[in-house]
Design a protein around this ligand. Sequence first.
Ligand code: ME8
Length: 514
Amino acid sequence: MNKFYVTTAIDYVNATPHIGHAYEKIAADIVARYHRMKGADVFFLTGVDEHGSKVEKSAKDAGKEPKEFCDDMSSKFEAAWKKLNLSNDHFIRTTDDYHEASVQGIFKKLLDKGDIYKGTYEGLYCEGCEDFVRERDLDENGNCPNHMKPPRKLEENNYFFKLTEYKDKLRHWIDANPDCIKPEGRKKEILNQLNDPELGDFSVSRARHSLTWGVPVPGDTEQVIYVWIDALSNYITGIGYPHDMEKFKRYWPADLHLIGKDINKFHSIFWPALLMAAEIEPPRQVYAHGFITVNGKKLSKSLGNVIDPNALVDEYGADAVRYYLMAATPFDNDGDFSTEDFIKRVNAELANNLGNLLNRTLTLVDRNCDGIVPDQDPEHILRKQANEIHVVFDQHMEKLEFAKAIDALFALVDQANKYMNDEKPWTLFKEGKKKEGEEVLFTCMEVLRRTAMHIYPFTPALAQKIWYQLGNDDDIGVIGDRKDDDMFDMLKPGAKVRNTGPVFNRLELVEAAG
Ligand code: ME8
């Protein structure tokens, strides 16, 4: 059996989850559900990043001890992801004991090997990035362009990682594995950075006097492990490194690290280099997605445009939010969120095009076929189109072109609606052409069945409702347990359909939620 290991970035818990965080987690869930349906042994990991100066400061501002603050914030992330119907196999917290112990073990291994050494660092540190920044990258006001805040000067004795030893190896890894960094533009960005002579060894610890909230460096009470080393390690500690090596070997290397474009360097340079140093295979693919914006602007507290995914789900439901975020934005680029467009699109596609096709079809089956799936399976052109869509859909899904996959699927739904309008099965039945009428209904039901299977990773609850209404019984199980092999010829003549009302209720705009 194939395995598929997919991860997300782990979010800083300095603030509550926003729609950008949700976007990435939903994408990973879609990938996980898609591969489970393909029959793979999937492991889907997500979680939270709890250490570092940013979180330490937020805890202080909230008047709480860091651990207490993290407990509270982490539970908010976990609850938000449950609400969005994420099917993660584990939720990792970087304050988990097994994780901290493993991070110390990795650090010690590299220290013993000489890949980590002691030195002095002097530079500008941006708390927002949790990274050193270069003077020439600051804006005209001396601010970090990502966080619009000035970095602070830092001079410390730190431990360093010998990145310079690994630059050639990284280039070789990228050359030998053309898909290891995606999209292509992000790969170019990494190659440029690797060719920059200024990219040298980087600091992997902080002096305890400047940061206390972190994993202690083993054997040095004065130093704390740099938050990025701690955070990146989650991808291996979360599947058992080194406490459950059987599980680790089952899933590593990661098939897909899903991350945002702002943290590509950490994942496509630092992380594979650290793994090489630790003699662990690098991941198969790092995919750096675009950002969700609102009115073309970055989500930011000061602009007051941060959208809470919980409020959206409460008002409109998880399926609608999942669907819209993936359908309306190109995954490899930035995409804008607008509540008006969200409502319009979801109503048009899920309620009208898809929901109405099901409703019309089942009403006609009730009226003309005693509510029984007819025993008519014509080799209609739509079936051929559905087969083609199956291939196109898969091609897009493999490349994480979610919006294109959805477009392909809805082209088929549109075809089925048109076919129903053209063929007018209600007239065929009236004219006594029962066989012809049944053929039209069977074909539409077949399209609906396939659509339900394809759309399942995006809108699992909606897909299950369609599945159930089409007359699938418990012996067939829930739709997510279906495997890709079942994609063909599964409609069961003789099954009783369940026309129990709209599978997707039209949304009405609620001002407060958006
Ligand atoms: O970077 N649209 O955490 P984070 C889409 N802890 N994605 C967005 C986004 C937006 N508007 N804003 C943020 C960190 N993200 C580290 C990661 S991983 C070992 C450590 C994405 O809370 C962002 O790009 O700042 C990242 O992938 C994730 O949300 C967490 O961001």
